[in-house]
Design a protein around this ligand. Structure first.
Ligand code: NAP
Ligand code: ZN
Ligand code: ZN
Length: 352
């Protein structure tokens, strides 16, 4: 089936409307009419080939929500009309230790929702800036939020799970003081989730103008990271830091805020490296520096169910498909509160 999508033909080209093919659903597939798709900073990195290996045409988008349009003969648990989501992955090997642990995100055979290998034309996967998608049932998530919140659920599929997974793994909760660095798409979800888990949340931002928002999102304290005195006041006080910043920066400024045995988890994935941190900031107080990539399917469903139960969604700004290039520029300036979401109903109009 041919559907309308928005994507780029080359790293230095703007995104434009295009027609792409979606396979007929196989026995284990779920065909989804996409209602909304969030705009992740990873979409921008990849469509502009800031990370190695982008294949063109590139149709980004891995914060997908919509309605089941058709199911294959062997699909169990999904029916036409169900509200569903698809995140950053559409396949994996299914039998390695990572897959068996429900951590398909760490499988060597993980297939990204876009730019991953597939038998479907054009030979790499095409993402959610499109009218529909066909995905194996294993990688389809159930959405239990009310229909009217659907657009604001979309960012949970990447920004939500990417912060949820390390918060759970490093046991954020009551009695823990958790720093969230960078208040963008990921960071604003990190604040909401860490607070809902019962942690004491300290938001770190370069933008004084985000102070009131950070408090409204659930931060117990807000620190402007450009203010050296304010940073010094937090020395050796944090158990865990989730660092979402999308650009290289001084990691030592944050490592020194960790308590003994505290961990800073890098989830931001800048195209060029951070300056190497000082070893002494790690060895004194036995601090750790770690990374984390999205999350597995079971923990993504756990996060979605937790958010439905606690009434948690993203703070979004809805855009038309033809506003995507301007939205990328605004995201680079940190000018988004706090996630752009494409209304997929505008794709047809953009292509007309
Ligand atoms: P975003 O909405 O653009 O937010 C990034 C935030 O970082 C900004 O809002 C800003 O917050 C802060 N920042 C400070 N200095 C910056 C600078 N020089 N350039 C850019 N941002 C700066 O991005 P996002 O969608 O949350 O994604 C953040 C990063 O995580 C990206 O690199 C993305 O590729 C990566 N990511 C990783 C995973 C994973 O699995 N590990 C998953 C998704 C995304 P303040 O204004 O508060 O300082
Ligand atoms: Zn993402
Ligand atoms: Zn595997």
């Amino acid at each position: 089936m041919t559907v309308i999508a928005y994507g780029a033909q080359a790293a230095d080209r703007a995104l434009e409307p295009m027609h792409i093919n979606r396979r007929a659903p196989g026995a284990h597939d779920v065909a989804i009419d996409i209602a909304y798709c969030g705009v992740c900073h990873s979409d921008l990195h990849q469509v502009r080939s800031e990370w190695a290996g982008t294949l063109y045409p590139c149709v980004p988008g891995h914060e997908i929500v919509g309605t089941v349009a058709a199911v294959g003969a062997h699909v169990q648990g999904f029916q036409v009309g169900d509200l569903v989501g698809v995140g950053c992955m559409v396949d994996s090997c299914r039998h390695c230790a990572d897959c068996e642990a429900g951590l398909e995100n760490y499988c060597d055979g993980m297939v990204g929702t876009y730019n991953g290998p597939t038998a479907d034309a054009p030979g790499h996967t095409l993402g959610g800036y499109s009218q529909s998608i066909v995905v194996d049932q294993h990688f389809v998530l159930r959405i239990r939020h009310p229909q009217e919140q659907l657009a604001a659920v979309a960012p949970l599929l990447c920004a939500g799970i990417t912060t949820w997974s390390p918060l759970r793994h490093w046991q954020a909760g009551p009695g823990k003081t958790v720093g969230i660095v960078g208040i963008g798409g990921l960071g604003h979800m990190g604040i909401k989730l860490a607070r809902a888990m019962g942690a004491h949340v300290v938001a770190f931002t370069t933008s004084e103008s985000k102070r009131a928002d950070a408090e409204a999102l659930g931060a117990n304290e807000v620190v402007v990271s450009r203010d050296a005195a304010a940073m010094a006041a937090w020395a050796s006080r944090l158990d865990l830091i989730i660092n979402t910043v999308a650009a290289p920066h001084d990691l030592d400024a944050f490592l020194t805020l960790l308590k003994r045995d505290g961990t800073m988890v890098l989830v931001g994935a800048p195209p060029s490296p951070h300056p190497s941190p000082q070893v002494f900031n790690l060895i004194i107080r036995r601090r750790a520096l770690a990374g984390s990539m999205i999350g597995g399917i079971p923990e993504t469903q756990e996060m979605l169910d937790f958010c439905a139960a606690h009434g948690i969604t993203a703070d979004i700004e809805m855009i038309r498909a033809d506003q995507i290039n301007g939205a990328f520029e605004r995201m680079l300036k940190g000018d988004v509160k706090y996630r752009f979401v494409i209304d997929s109903a505008t794709l047809a109009q953009a292509a007309a």
